[in-house]
Design a protein around this ligand. Sequence first.
Ligand code: BGC
Length: 256
Amino acid sequence: MRRFEGKVAIVTGAGSGIGQGIAKRLGCEGAKVIVDYVGSPDGAKETEDAIEKSGGEGKIVQADITRINDVECLVDTAWSQFGSADILVNNAGMEKKSDFWDTPESEYDQVMAVNLRGPFFLTQSFVRRLRDAKKTGRIINISSVHEDMAFPGFASYCTSKGGLRMLMRDLAVELGPLGITINNVAPGAIATPINKSLLEDKPKLDALLKNIPLGRLGTPEDVAGLVAFLASDDASYVTGSTFVIDGGLMRNYREQ
Ligand code: BGC
């Protein structure tokens, strides 16, 4: 199915993990994709190759969303290369583990800059161009179950994702009149590089798997399917919501 024929998508952090899965999915369904990356040129190339193999078009842009100039460059490249930017997927993210009382200022600043400040200003730049062109659009933020659920040892990450939840809710109201929808996708445990240390720690991984009713980690492709729905015409009346994709993890409180 080529649901996104004639559409242009920007996907941040598209050189690995969930972002790579999303970029490939939108691209193979016909979108022209701006493949943003910061530290993984080989991964970005792999994403672009996969899109082109499926008959689509991708354009790799190295842009650090924590820098305003880079953010503007991403949106400008979409318009200059492909004539529009209709879908924005704010996917790039990071997490740092530290006890709350030991979290250094630099670590807090970095996590907030990537997970919250970046999406804020990239969305602003994306919206300004659509507003000027009188076009509608779609914004999908890759949040986390931890926009809602505590994650001890990751207070900065929780703070950033909780902020992303309120940013999405506020913008649903502010952008609705422009015909721009915005929603969050909240993944649970997905097998990606962000989880590297967990994936390599068998006892920890087994304990986590016990808490997931569906009994497995999610994949980037699982998440990409939900994002593609939210970017599609089928979701044209959907805005202001978070869609959890976690194999049942959030609902599984039990006393052993
Ligand atoms: C985090 C992972 C974590 C998962 C489930 C995600 O947002 O990035 O590190 O395993 O949530 O707790």
